[in-house]
Design a protein around this ligand. Structure first.
Ligand SMILES: [Zn+2]
Length: 246
């Protein structure tokens, strides 16, 4: 049986069993496999791999693994001291746009609060998540490794943490959310854009106490939801200060 040795670096160790982490793994195989399929059978999804080095050379996902290959796999290509490098994670130009799986509703609201175009439904089937991510070049954030391993998914990330604030912090660490943030410009419920509205135009829709206390309002162009600066926004602002330093 043929064998290859594989070593995973950085954040990719998260996807390995404890005894495989930070170790050179000997992998036996007796069928023709691309390096992408071999890596994904061990654990990490291709969407988090930026560089693969086989026998000292940077290779692509479709390269067929040969008997005796020594393969190093990096989440961050800057950690490898070789040239030239074939970077495997495609660049995102401008503000990243997202699509989130059904487990990440609160994170979706936070990303929208920051102004990021974020698709979320609590009933997206995997096929649709993968297809929309591919067609619209949206970063797929998910807690489902299987969907990230689908070949059509180019941009994706497995969310490790479980608390919504930690998740926001985790996504900020990966995608630098402060750079393109436009807080309070997008509806947290439906992802629609907000516009300023005059109080006199919407006063009939306001609870009495809100009408008496607030003067500045925004309304979602898509679903009509009204937003005003109240205790809700100060809690949100505290979260943004805390997590993003905005
Ligand atoms: Zn809306």
């Amino acid at each position: 049986m043929a064998q290859a040795s594989l070593r995973f670096y950085g954040a990719l160790n998260y996807f390995l069993s404890p005894r495989q982490r930070e170790q050179t793994i000997t992998h036996h195989f007796d069928w023709r496999a691309s390096v992408k399929d071999m890596i994904e059978s061990i654990g990490p999804p291709h969407t988090e791999i930026d560089l693969i080095v086989a026998n000292g050379e940077s290779i692509g996902f479709d390269t067929i693994v040969k008997d005796g290959d020594a393969i190093a796999v990096y989440a961050d290509s800057d950690e490898a001291e070789i040239e030239p490098k074939q970077r495997l994670i495609p660049k995102v130009n401008g503000a990243p746009r997202f699509i989130l799986d059904t487990h990440l509703g609160r994170l979706a609201s936070y990303l929208r609060m920051l102004g990021y175009d974020t698709l979320y439904r609590n009933d997206y089937p995997d096929d649709e998540l993968a297809q929309v991510s591919h067609d619209e070049k949206r970063i797929l954030l998910t807690r489902d490794l299987g969907v990230l391993k689908r070949a059509i998914v180019e941009y994706g990330y497995y969310v490790r943490t479980t608390q919504p604030r930690q998740r926001l912090s985790e996504i900020h660490a990966r995608y630098d959310l402060a750079t393109f943030a436009k807080p309070y410009t997008r509806c947290m419920s439906c992802n629609g854009l907000l516009r300023d509205v005059a109080k006199s135009d919407i006063i009939a829709q306001l609870p009495e106490q809100v009408a008496a206390s607030y003067d500045v309002f925004r309304q979602c162009l898509d679903c009509g939801k009204l937003y005003w600066k109240g205790s809700h926004t100060s809690r949100m602002q505290a979260l943004l200060d805390d997590v993003l330093g905005l």
